[in-house]
Structure formats: C-alpha cells, structure tokens
Write a protein that binds this ligand. Structure first.
Ligand code: PEP
Ligand code: MG
Length: 892
C-alpha cells in the first residue's frame, strides 16, 4: 500500500477524484498541479495513515517513514533547498485536510524547518532580518500550541498572546508589524522559555523531529473536541480521518510586494457572479482568516467607503492573473470555488481550492445561474442545494419600513436577521439557551472552540474580522445571521457589556436585533417581514417538482397555516390535529363540560355546542386547501390535558359550570394518569366515548355538504383514526362513522364521499398491517409515537438523557428528529408491504416530524410512499429531498 503522494514539477501522483484517500485539500492540490496552475510543491500523507494511527495506539505503518523521506528528498531537489541547510533551508507547512472540508477545526503548523541556525539563513536569503525572526516567532508559537500542547488554562488568556501584548506595550506598538527584529528575537527566547516552563518540553531544533511532531499533532487534531463537534453537526463520519499535507512555504509577508488572500469565484452571500474576496499586504495566510487585521477587497468594484485599496489597484497584473486562474478553476470544478492564495514578490501561488460554502440564497442563485451559463444541467443544480438549507430562505428578514435604532454598523457577513439577548461567551450562549432564552453571541472574534455556542445562538456579532473571518464563514455555513468586523463597538468581557462609538452601553441580557444582510446592529426587537418566494427560488423549485415523484403535504390545523403552507408548495394536508381547535378561549369551556359530563346525554349536549364551531373550522380548512386532499384526525390526546391544573382555575371552572370544586377535583384525579401517552388516548377515546367521534365526523361531513351546496366544491375528506393497535378498534369506529354518514346523507339528501384510514403509531399496528388494511383505506405513519413506542423512549422526558446518548454516539442521531431506518424503518417497511398485499391501492403517507427531515423523506420515497406531510416551513425542504431521492436512485 502506498501512503505518500507527491505533487509538483508539473505533475502529481494523485488526482482530484481521490478525495477519500488524499482529503479534499490534497486531492485539489494534486488536481491544480495537473492543471499546470502555480502551486508550491509538496506531498500528501493519506487518510489511511490516520485510520492506522488511531487503530494502532497512535503509531504509523512501518513503510511510512521511508516514503516520507523519499518524498522529502524529491521536494528538496525540486526546491533546491534542504531541511536544516545553513545556506538554503527548506521550510514547509503541515496542514490537515479531511475528505469533507472542516474549516479551521484541525491544526496547522507553518514555517516548519526554522531553528536557531536556519533563521539566520532565512534572514540573509530574504534580505530581511525582521521577516526571518517574525517567521520563527510564529513557528515557535504555533509549534508550542499545536505540537507541544501549551494551552491556556480555562479563563486564562493565551500565554503567548500575553507575552506578545506585553512586548507591544513596552515598545509602544499597536500592531505586530511595528515590532522590530530585536523584539522578535526576544519573543522567540521568551516563547521557548514559556514552553519549557509550562510543558517541561524543549522546543526541538532538528527539522526532521519538528516534522514528525507536526504530522502527529495534525493527525491527533482529528479527535479534538471542536473537530468532533463539527463532524456531529455536519454528518461527517468519524472513521474517515484526515490526510496531512506537507507543502513548501511561500511567503506573503516578505515585504510590500507580497500579499495573502482568500477569494470566492461568486459572492457566497448572494451568489452574484463576481470575484469576491479579501487580501492583506505583507501578511501570512492565517492573518486574513483570524481577523487580526482588517483586510482590503480584491476588486475595485467591491470597495466601500473607507476600505483599503483593492488588490486590483495595488497589483493589477497579479489581479488579472488571479481572475483567469479563478475562472479556470470554476470551469474545471463546475462549482463555485473558495481559493486561498499567496503573492510572493508579485508572483501568484495557489495554496488551496475547494467548493465554497454558501448561504441558501447563494446556493440557489449559483445553481440556477450555472444552468443558464450551461456549466451544469438541471438535475445537477437540484443536487447542489442542501434541503435543510432551504429553510433559511423562508424565514423573515428585518422589515425595511420598521423604525429601527441602529447603534452600530459592521460587515454584512451572513444574511437574515436575528433577535436575542446579548451574551459574551460561547459557554454562556449554551447555558442561556438551555434555560430557554434566545441569544445573540457577541465576541471580539470567534474561534473554532466557539462552534457549539454559535450553533445555538440566533445570530453572531464580532467586533473584529472581515467577510472571510472564522465567524463569517462558519455562520454562513450554518445559515445564521452574522455581523462581523463591527469595530464601532468596544467589548468589555470583564463587565459583560459593550459600548458603541456614541457611548451607548449594551449589557448582558439586553435585547438586540442583527441584520446580517446590511451589517446593522439595532437596539431592541425590530419587526420582521416574510421573504419573497419568487425569482430564482421559484425557478429552482419548479425544477425540483419536475423531478420528484412523491407528494408533499403539510400538517396544519387552521386555514391560516394552510395558506402559508400552500405558498410553500403544499399539496394537501396530511394531518389536521383537531384537538388544537379545542384549546381556544371560547371552546375550552364546552370541551370541559363534555369531559365532566356524568351521562351520555350531558356529554352530547356539550358536544352539540362544539359541533358548529368545529364544522366552521373544517369549512375554512377545506376552502383554504381546495382542491387538495385533507386528512382530519379524530381527537387524540388524553383528556386531562384539557382540564385546569391549578386550584384557582378549578374554582373558576366551578363558578362557570355550577359544579362543586370537590367534584371537579375528583374528576381531575380520576383522569390523572402516570403515563398518559400510553393511556386513555387515541382511538381508545372514541371506543369509550363514541359521541366524540360522531360529533367530529358529523362536523367534517356537514362541512363538505355545505361547501358542495354553497360553492359547488368536490371534497373527499380523509378521516383518520389515531393510535390503533387492534383492527377491531378500527372496525368499530369505522362503523360509527358510516352510520353518521348515513344520517348526514339523509339530512342533506346527498351522498358524501370520504375515506377512513388509520395512523400507524404502534408496533403492533405495523406488525398486523395486513389485518388493519382490510378496514383502512389509507395508512399514515405517526412516526413520533411509533419512534416513542419502538424505542421505549418517552417523547416528553427523553430530553433529559437523549442528548448524551447522541453525543456519546450511542445513537447516531436523535431518533425523534431523524427517522431510525433500521428499527422504526423496518416496522414501516413491513407495514407498507403487508398492507399493500391486502389492498393494492392503499394510500401511504407519513405525518410525524420526520416528514420534513431530508434523510427520512428520502427513505419514504424508497418505500414507495404516496406522500410525506410536514410543518409548513419544511414543505420546500421535503420537496427538494424528494427530488434528490429520485436522482440518487438513478445514480445507484
Ligand atoms: C405522530 O405520532 O407521529 C403524530 C403525528 O401524532 P402526534 O404527534 O400528534 O402524536
Ligand atoms: Mg401520534
């Protein structure tokens, strides 16, 4: 087996298609070398070495050493430089690169090969002592941190930064660049001492030892906490591992004819076609991303008031070459690229290219535009957008007409809007959110450690860093609103507050609104508006609908929800939970009367009050959904949910109903259950209190008759019985429904059509589907309950420990969010198969939460479902997932 792949000298051992083996970065470096683009030569150590490393107690395959030595010799020859050489020392970077991009999550070491001797040669070779010592200073710092494990204690500032700040203060310097060679020499000594003092380890002088140390650290960083968290959030499997790239250094910090930058071939926020990016003169790559200095724009067109000169102005030739290279890369990869580059003495080098992360808006626009530009076809375009990302486009933005109190402005780093209470650390963000608060995370800058805190925040505000800073890139990937580089605020972490330029003080817990499309920071909660669903979005969704086969319905209980869902493309209602209609102020008392009734007559009298209200509800919903189908579920929840909980409320009810409090309390206690979700609910209610089901059926059918009469509508309602375990339950209730239909037909002198079906929510129902299908005209999988019952996990209480199960990988995913295809899915498979054996035209759908989750929708497609049903905002997500399921099927 081969472990090391060389790239350079106009040819690479590897290819762009070998992402799994070489990692994304390694594969793309190989590809760029093969495309004859200017890439500093180097070699990639494969992800297989990473797997070996973890399987064998952090040791390497026996052949690796020889292969690395061989590649190193080849690199030395190509560069005309040697590791540790006193005249021309070879310097390399050692960087991670996993098969899927994990920006900033793993470790990197730059300037490796420097020591007390080679720093002198670098100084004489480059003609700049300051430059050489700056490189050495950075290297010792990175090596100390990444390889030798010098980490700040919790709550402590990075010890290297403390030393650096003290030096700057002593020298009266604002920026690192103002320090002189002698200062940097002092820093190197101090850094080495600090490493020794804190870790007991000596900074190694031997470049080969340095190299192996760095390789081990980069492989080791695959398992650091932030990398693990990122993988969990982005569905990247743990067993993939990272590759390690060793690449000869080029320098963007050799003087004012040098630069470093990051660029996207299209605007990653809007998708607009233009080179978009930032650069810094006389700097190393990390400086742009870390947001320590505020960078300038690449193109002159991007310049805003007060921004630095563009690269186009400063180095027009280099800019021109860069644009050509960027176009070539985009054409080659047929996707928007995110490129890192360095300019060394006006010579352009590419350090990395990858498919750029983008907002949902940019993803849709880029996909639609690239079809127009004939770069990709429609099916490819449909696969370019992540279904879960689409939801971003449906959420509101700040109302342009609203009165707003803008207290500061920063960069529009990631679009959308967010309202929340201010917190100043990622840990606080997590704590507050756990307490049920919505928060805005405010930081000077963010780092990969903050990823969990960013994930739970509504939006992110940073006082430093550009459009490609960590905060900006990560927020865009998450679809979170972000304002970065807002240097008009001064943050005081100690007192948990920030002050704006004009002196306004915002404290922890104060409410802020962020507008990530404008870069505005507003005091208080500003009103929002609904997004537009026309233009590129509409075009894109048309292509989606051309491809998909299964229908997408919505879960909705009101005409208003139905209207919203139709705007998002819903093709019917898969679940109307009728109980939601009984909680309204005017109805709850009739509902309670019904529950408290001592006799059937009393119960019927109370139900008679509810009948007209329920009928009007159904008329409204049928109208809003016409001509699409509507599934109405008979009452499901345990009755105690409708009774008052406190004594004060009981007293009020006593007054209203004329029943003594003691009697009410007795009834409440009778209805109390230890496990209500396993108790007197679902079809069991209709078995014991058939009057309820009769009233609801009557309301449905009368609504149909009246609409037929008034508006000449043809409506075939689907009446759905919840929580059936035994077919007899269904047949008894079905008979009642048919009897009510007979009565209604007589009264209205008509013949209403309707379907009677059931939810499959219990394992027994799934396993006896063949019997149930004899009675049921449709199945709708209630996967919330089916998951609960299959796992023996309470929907109400599992939150206490389920997150730990997921974080410890006991469960790959929370099964209430992502359908468990192995277990719950197996029950579904059996039920669909057995049900359709008995009734060939059995209609099958899903209405649990999973109906809007992409991987679950794809599963339903593969099982031959007729439709999925989900909450209104997830309808477009489900439509896209359903189309992608068709395309994935073809690729198999
Ligand atoms: C289900 O159980 O999946 C379902 C849709 O019903 P509910 O969530 O109302 O119990
Ligand atoms: Mg249910």
């Amino acid at each position: 087996m081969r472990y090391v792949y060389y790239f350079g000298g106009g040819k690479a051992d590897g290819q762009g298609s070998q992402k799994e083996l070489l990692g994304g970065k390694g594969a793309n470096l190989a590809e760029m070398v093969n495309l004859a683009l200017p890439v500093p030569p180097g070699f990639t150590i494969t992800t297989e070495v990473c797997s070996h490393f973890y399987k064998n107690n952090r040791s390497y395959p026996s052949d690796l050493k020889a292969e690395v030595e061989k590649a190193l010799t080849r690199l030395e020859t190509e560069m005309g430089a040697k590791f540790g050489d006193s005249k021309k020392p070879l310097l390399v970077s050692v960087r991670s690169g996993a098969p899927a991009s994990m920006p900033g999550m793993m470790d990197t070491v730059l300037n490796l090969g420097l020591n007390d001797q080679t720093v002198q040669s670098l100084a004489s070779g480059s003609g700049s002592e300051r430059f050489a010592w700056d490189c050495y200073r950075r290297f010792v710092q990175m090596y100390g941190d990444v390889v030798l494990g010098l980490k700040p204690e919790k709550q402590e500032e990075d010890p290297f930064e403390v030393i650096l700040s003290a030096k700057k203060k002593a020298r009266n310097a604002k920026q690192d660049t103002e320090l002189e060679a002698q200062d940097l020499k002092d820093l190197v000594i101090q850094f080495k001492e600090e490493i020794k003092r804190r870790t007991g380890k000596t900074f190694p002088q031997d470049p080969t030892e340095q190299l192996w140390g760095a390789i081990g650290a980069v492989f080791g960083s695959w398992e650091n906490d932030r990398a693990k968290a990122y993988r969990r959030l982005n569905d990247i499997p743990n067993h993939w591992g990272t590759a390690v790239n060793v690449q000869s250094m080029v320098f963007g910090n050799l003087g004012d004819d040098c630069a470093t930058g990051v660029a996207f071939t299209r605007d990653p926020s809007t998708g607009e076609r233009r080179i978009f990016g930032e650069y810094l003169i006389n700097a190393q790559g990390e400086d742009v991303v870390a947001g320590i200095r505020t960078p300038g724009p690449l193109s002159t067109a991007e310049k805003k008031n007060g921004s630095l000169p563009s690269l186009e102005e400063v180095m027009p030739e280099v800019y021109k070459q860069f644009v050509e290279v960027a176009n070539k890369l985009e054409q080659h990869y047929r996707d928007m690229q995110d490129i890192e580059f360095t300019v060394q003495h006006r010579k352009l080098f590419l350090l990395q290219t990858r498919n750029g992360k983008r907002t949902a808006r940019a993803a849709v626009k880029t996909a639609v535009d690239m079809v127009g530009e004939k770069i990709i076809d429609r099916p490819t375009a449909v696969q370019r957008v992540k279904p879960e990302q689409l939801e971003q486009l449906l959420h509101p933005t700040v109302d342009p007409l609203a009165k707003k109190n803008v207290i500061a402005k920063g960069l529009p780093a990631s679009p959308g809007a967010a309202v929340g209470k201010v917190v100043f650390s990622a840990d606080d963000a997590q704590d507050w959110v756990q307490r049920g608060e919505k928060v805005i995370l405010v930081r000077a800058e963010t780092s990969p450690e903050d990823i969990q805190g960013m994930h739970v925040s509504q939006g992110i505000l940073t006082s430093r860093g550009g459009m490609t800073s960590h905060a900006a890139v990560v927020a865009r990937g998450m679809g979170k609103c972000c304002v970065s580089g807002c240097d008009e605020i001064y943050i005081n972490y100690a007192s948990r507050e920030f002050t704006t330029k004009s002196g306004i003080v915002i404290r922890e817990g104060d409410v802020l609104t962020l507008d990530g499309s404008m870069g505005e920071v507003m005091k208080g909660a500003v009103p929002m508006v609904q997004p537009s669903l026309s233009g590129d979005f509409a075009t894109f969704m048309e292509w989606v609908d051309e491809i998909r086969r299964i229908k997408v319905r919505t879960n909705a209980d009101t005409p208003n929800d139905s209207v919203v869902a139709r705007k998002f493309g819903a093709e019917g209602i898969g679940l109307c939970r009728t109980e939601h209609m009984f909680f309204e102020e005017t109805r709850i008392s009739a509902m309670r009367e019904m529950i408290l009734a001592d006799t059937v007559e009393e119960r019927r009298a109370a139900l008679a009050k509810l009948l007209p209200m329920q009928r009007e509800d159904f008329k409204g919903i049928f109208e809003a959904m016409h001509p699409y189908p509507v599934t109405i579920r008979l009452l499901d929840p345990p009755l105690h949910e409708f009774l008052p909980h406190t004594d004060a409320e009981l007293e009020q009810l006593s007054l209203a109903s004329g029943r003594p409090v003691s009697k009410l309390r007795k009834r409440r206690d009778e209805l109390h259950e230890a496990n209500p979700m396993l108790g007197f609910r679902g079809c069991r209610l209709a078995i014991l209190y058939p009057e309820i089901a009769e009233m609801q059926t009557r309301a449905v059918l009368e609504a149909v008759c009246q609409l037929t009469k008034e508006k000449n509508r043809t409506i075939v309602p689907e009446i759905m019985i919840p929580l059936v375990a035994e077919v007899t339950e269904l047949s008894i209730i079905k008979e009642r429904i048919i009897e009510v239909a007979r009565q209604v037909n007589r009264e209205y002198k008509t013949k209403v059509k309707f379907l009677v079906g059931t939810m499959i929510e219990l394992p027994r129902a799934a396993l006896t589907a063949a019997e149930i299908a004899k009675e049921a005209e449709f199945f709708s999988f209630g996967t919330n309950d089916l998951t609960q019952m299959t796992f023996g996990l309470s929907r109400d209480d599992a939150g206490r420990f389920l997150p730990q199960y997921v974080s410890q990988h006991l469960f790959a995913k929370d099964p209430f969010m992502v359908l468990d295809q192995k277990g719950v899915g197996r029950l579904i498979e059996i039920a669909v198969h057995d049900g359709r054996q008995v009734r060939g035209d059995l209609k099958v759908g899903i209405c649990g939460e999973h109906g809007g989750e992409p991987s679950s929708v794809k599963f339903c497609h593969r099982q031959g479902f007729d439709y999925v049903s989900c909450s209104p905002y997830r309808v477009p997500v489900a439509r896209l997932a359903a189309a992608q399921a068709v395309l994935e099927e073809k690729q198999r």
